[in-house]
Design a protein around this ligand. Structure first.
Ligand code: FDP
Length: 335
């Protein structure tokens, strides 16, 4: 008699998926599991952060010129060590490090990983939701791993995901066949399948954007946001504004309930704020796999060739029809 457990752990689920691909070696499964383990360590530290002295700034300034916080450093080190141990990853790039880190150069190290170890870090001091984002590529280098391994277009990602440290800890990932969500059960310390095959509604109810930049946006972007405010109620119902200021948390809400997240370029920062390779690309793959869309306003995010590791990009991501409203409005405003 076949026994079916009510609880499906992330490990069991990934193995189940892998069995559908007889050619799979299990390496990717193990790598996803390494990442899940790293995020459990980060999540545990975040839960204790208010009690331990790790909330304050570490004093260092990261490559983006932002003050690095102690938790940023901790999260970066924890993820690196989780990825280093098993020798599956040849090179890792992180928001916190100016250059990619070489982890292994053996033939067994077939993957390159990019991470934003602690996204939304300005939320830490106020006990707000933060996240970890990851993106996995197949190594392209022969011989010594190099920067090309982490400078691939998003459409080459073999897997991508994020962990949100919120009221509960959730891991959401895709390997290119749907998007699945797991919630950490703290009593057993396992990520348990809670959201199988997530689909984002075609039209969303939420608008997530930092409106303090409104007067620095292009005319087209201002028009699109006014449309979402319900300026023409006969054409579009007004959306609810929700902005946490943490890409993972804002995106996650919109993925579940439907909505659009915008971080456009503006007169001060023409390329916006978010990073293409370890923020926009992984989220774009998840959005598309869930039936949504992601662009920089003109081009599909996943088709943009990165030229430098910490490159920024404007980001318009979420429910498909809402993303179309922005691209059409931007197009109309320039034509
Ligand atoms: P943070 O700087 O706090 O790490 O990745 C950058 C990011 O957060 C995103 O998570 C978030 O969506 C955005 O910046 C918030 O930027 P603003 O404060 O400019 O709105």
């Amino acid at each position: 008699m076949q026994h079916r457990s009510a609880v499906r752990t992330i490990e069991a689920f990934i193995l189940e998926q892998e069995r559908k691909h007889p050619e799979a070696t299990g390496e990717l499964t193990n790598l996803l599991y390494d990442i899940a383990l790293g995020t459990k360590v980060v999540g545990a530290a975040i839960r204790r952060a208010g009690l331990m002295d790790i909330l304050g700034r570490a004093g260092a300034v990261n490559i983006q010129g932002e003050e690095q916080m102690k938790l940023d450093v901790f999260a970066n080190e924890s993820m690196k060590s989780a990825l280093h141990q098993a020798g599956r990853v040849c090179v890792m790039a992180s928001e916190e490090d100016p250059e990619p880190t070489l982890l292994a150069d053996s033939d067994g190290a077939r993957y390159a990983v990019l991470i934003d170890p602690l996204d939304g870090s300005s939320n830490i001091d106020v006990n707000g939701a933060v996240g970890t984002i990851f993106s996995i590529y197949r190594r392209v280098s022969e011989g010594k791993p190099c920067v090309d391994d982490v400078l691939q277009t998003g459409n080459k990602q073999v897997a991508a995901g994020y962990v949100m440290y919120g009221s509960s800890v959730m891991l959401v990932y895709t390997t290119g066949s749907g998007v699945h969500g797991f919630t950490l059960d703290p009593t057993i310390g396992e990520f348990v399948l809670s959201h199988e095959n997530l689909r984002i509604p075609d039209t969303g109810v939420y608008l997530s954007v930092n409106e303090s930049n409104f007067y620095r946006w292009s005319r087209g972007m201002q028009l699109a946001v006014r449309a979402f405010h319900g300026e023409q109620p006969e054409a579009m119902k007004a959306k609810n504004s929700r902005y946490i200021g943490s890409l993972v948390a804002d995106f996650h809400r919109n993925l579940i309930a439907g909505g659009i997240f915008l971080y456009p370029g503006d007169s001060k920062n023409p390329r916006g704020k978010l990073r293409l390779s370890y923020e926009a690309n992984p989220m774009a793959l998840i959005a598309e796999q869930a039936g949504g869309a992601a662009t920089n306003g003109v081009d599909r995010i996943l088709d943009i060739q990165p030229t430098e590791l910490h490159q920024r990009t404007p980001l318009v991501i979420g429910s498909k029809k809402d993303v179309e409203v922005v691209t059409k409005t931007l197009n109309g405003a320039t034509s």
